[in-house]
Every structure is written in structure tokens, then in C-alpha cells.
Design a binder for this molecule. Structure first.
Ligand code: MG
Length: 307
């Protein structure tokens, strides 16, 4: 008997090409990035975060953002997005044909200062200008809030502050806010309390959870999010990316691990798990090491043993 009230459909935002690859120490060729995004497109994602239009000196791994964006095969029905840190990034993204941009801040003062070198308020002031210009140009804007569930420098994060930042991002015209457990410390009861609080201020349909599996809690947290009515989750193919605050540890929840669970529960995503494995296999060969996704490792082990 099934007593859990779960949503019939979930949207997965694939962030591997941006959130994953930006943490890779070695340079990856533009062609390999394009092939990776194309393989993800063929897997059926409705949303793929392709790259970030940052200054090349800041994240050299993403210096080819324009070439990647213009080189990928874009299909109708898939939203291809890019992060933009400022007006210059927005202009570069716009020139590259990007139609959805993401802006980002954090929920703790110390993290935000270390990550983007300004206070939360200053980042919101800056992004209000970016978002206004993006909306005026007909672009869609997604908002990110990092360290919502815990900060590597300050520990606990004030959920009331998260609500305030959320309201400001919504006022800027964001169609969705992605709430990040950037260091992978959240537990299910916390997901429940934060989502419940947020849902008093923002429709559940505009909440995305960006969970990290650093301490093994990501799927339990997804499950809690589903029970609370959240239907959008950010994941990274193969679990690409690692945790920038704990080198060697897991970072982004792996797309395959989430998909296996959702498929098994009969929740529709439109994404083909075996094709995600192909995309992960490609990028794993490119970077020359196995990726952390548990499903991927099991799938590849099985393939290797029968062939
Ligand atoms: Mg992440």
C-alpha cells in the first residue's frame, strides 16, 4: 500500500557542464564540452546549465563559454542556461544567444564575501541591475542561493535571512530559485522546515533544491523535498564536480542516482537514464577518472563484467 503522496512528475536541472566542470582542475577541450552537452540533450533533459560567463581569469575552465554555447546542438523543449556574475557577463551571454541566465548569491555573509567578494546586500543590488536588464531583453532569470542549509565558515544559517533574499530575487523577476546545500550538510528534518517556511512566501513550483551528497544525505533530502511538494531538483551527471570545500569528497547529487530512484518510484522525468550514463561515461573518459555516482559505478561494473 502506497501511503506517500509523491508528485507524478519531476523536473531535473542538469548542472554538470557548469557546476561540475568548473571545479575540474584540468582544461577540457571545447569540443569535449560540446559533445557532453549534446549527449545530455539526447538524454531528454528539459533544463541544462551549460556554462558561466565569468572573467576567464577567475574560472579559466569556463573561458570558452561563447564557443561552447554556440557549438551545442539546441533542441526545442530544452532550456539551455548560463550563469552571469555581472552586466558584462550578461552582455556576453546575450551575444552568444543565451535565453536563460542565472544569478547567484549566498545565505551567509562570510561565504558570499569569500565566494563573490561582496556582501549579500551588495550582491543583491548588483544582481537587481543584471536581472532588470535581462528581463527587459526578454531573457528568463533563475536565482541561486548558496549555503542555505549550512555554511563552511559560519555553521548555522538563519532561515529568515533566506526568506528575505528569496523575496528580493523573486521581486527581480526570477522564475525559480534554486536553494543550495552547497557543502552537503542538510538533513531531512531541516529540508522539511526550510521548505515549509519558504512555501509561505514562494509557490512550491518555483522552488528548486540543489543538494550535495557530501555526507550521503542527498537522496533522503530529495525524498523529503518530494513529500513537501518540491518538483525541481538540480543534479550533475555522474556526480561531476566534487565538493570545493572538501577536496576529494562528493559534491553535487549525481543525476543517475536521483533518476534511478525516481524511475523506480514511477515518477516521470522525461530523462533516459541509460543515455545519462553514456554522457557520464564520455566525460569520465575525458577527465581520465571515474565519477562518484553510485548508479554509474554499478552500471559500468556490470557492463565491464559481461563484455
Ligand atoms: Mg553544486
Amino acid at each position: 500500500m502506497n501511503k506517500l503522496a509523491l508528485p507524478p512528475k519531476v523536473r531535473i536541472v542538469e548542472v554538470g557542464p557548469r557546476d561540475g566542470l568548473q571545479n575540474e582542475p584540468d582544461r577540457i577541450s571545447t569540443d569535449d564540452k560540446i559533445a557532453f552537452v549534446n549527449l545530455l540533450t539526447y538524454a531528454g533533459f528539459s533544463d541544462i546549465e551549460v556554462t558561466s560567463f565569468v572573467r576567464p581569469s577567475r574560472i579559466p575552465q569556463l573561458a570558452d563559454a561563447t564557443k561552447v554555447f554556440q557549438g551545442i546542438h539546441q533542441v526545442p523543449g530544452t532550456r539551455y542556461s548560463a550563469l552571469v556574475p555581472n552586466i558584462r557577463g550578461l552582455e556576453d551571454a546575450f551575444a552568444a544567444g543565451v535565453k536563460t541566465v542565472a544569478i547567484f548569491t549566498g545565505a551567509s555573509e562570510t561565504f558570499t564575501r569569500r565566494n563573490i567578494n561582496m556582501s549579500i546586500d551588495d550582491s543583491l543590488t548588483r544582481f537587481a541591475v543584471v536581472a532588470r536588464r535581462a528581463v527587459d531583453a526578454g531573457l528568463n532569470v533563475r536565482g541561486y542561493i548558496s549555503v542555505v542549509f549550512g555554511c563552511p565558515y559560519e555553521g548555522q544559517v538563519d532561515a529568515g535571512r533566506v526568506v528575505e533574499i528569496t523575496k528580493q530575487l523573486m521581486d527581480m523577476g526570477c522564475y525559480e530559485i534554486s536553494f543550495g546545500d552547497t557543502i552537503g550538510v542538510a538533513v531531512p528534518t531541516q529540508i522539511e522546515s526550510v521548505v515549509t517556511l519558504l512555501s509561505d512566501h514562494i509557490p512550491l513550483s518555483r522552488i528548486a533544491l540543489h543538494l550535495h551528497d557530501t555526507r550521503g544525505g542527498a537522496l533522503a533530502n530529495v525524498m523529503t523535498g518530494l513529500i513537501c511538494g518540491v518538483t525541481t531538483f538540480d543534479t550533475s551527471a555522474g556526480g561531476l564536480g566534487g565538493c570545493p570545500y572538501a577536496p576529494g569528497a562528493a559534491g553535487n547529487l549525481a543525476t543517475e542516482d536521483l533518476l534511478y530512484m525516481l524511475d523506480g518510484m514511477g515518477i516521470e522525468t522525461g530523462v533516459d537514464l541509460s543515455r545519462v550514463v553514456e554522457a557520464s561515461r564520455h566525460i569520465s573518459e575525458v577527465i581520465g577518472r571515474p565519477l562518484p555516482s553510485k548508479y554509474l559505478r554499478a552500471a559500468l561494473a556490470r557492463t565491464n563484467s559481461v563484455t
